[in-house]
Design a protein around this ligand. Structure first.
Ligand code: SF4
Ligand code: SF4
Length: 162
């Protein structure tokens, strides 16, 4: 009996008609494909994009060179060197992130006690060779300066869940 049913199914192209009906339904349905880059998908305030180093409002660097971010980074993408200043505070002399190694896990941001290293919402950047994606301290500070307003807003949105 099952064999006969299968024969008629094949003979009448039932599966093919089912497939065509499905295609037809989606053909007229509202399209959900996003036309990037003209259209953007919504981003959460925890979006993990390009890194930035932040300063306080008075211009002082937030980073205190504790190296927690370097220690926690699973990709060993961060390299930090520090020195003690004349006022006995410690600051970095070198802070590099190799974005080719980085897996954008966000652990550096989580580990930072002073919210110095953060991941911004920026995802549209590129490098034409490997060295373009090796971000040094001045480059990271420049990203932080440019996007501080958005970074501060995102941090404030996230604060109630911390
Ligand atoms: S996001 Fe993750 S992999 Fe990238 S630098 Fe931070 S800790 Fe390392
Ligand atoms: S960015 Fe934060 S965790 Fe990393 S060295 Fe500076 S203060 Fe420490």
């Amino acid at each position: 009996m099952e064999k006969i049913a299968n024969f008629f199914k094949s003979f009448l192209l039932v599966e093919l008609l089912k497939g065509m009906a499905l295609t037809g339904r989606h053909f007229f349905a509202r399209k959900i494909t996003v036309q990037f880059p003209e259209e953007k998908t919504p981003q959460g305030y925890r979006f993990r994009g390009l890194h930035a180093l932040r300063r306080y409002a008075n211009g002082e660097e937030r980073c205190i060179g504790c190296k927690l971010c370097e220690a926690v980074c699973p990709a060993m993408a961060i390299h930090i060197e520090t020195e003690e200043r004349s006022d006995n505070t410690r600051r970095t002399t070198r802070y590099d992130i190799d974005l080719v190694k980085c897996i954008f896990c966000g652990l550096c941001e989580e580990a930072c006690p002073v919210d110095a290293i953060v991941e911004t919402r920026i995802l549209e950047y590129h490098g034409e060779n490997r060295s373009d994606l090796y971000y040094t301290k001045p480059m990271l500070l420049a990203v932080g300066a440019k996007y501080e307003e958005q970074i501060a807003k995102d941090k404030a949105s996230d604060a109630k869940y911390r």
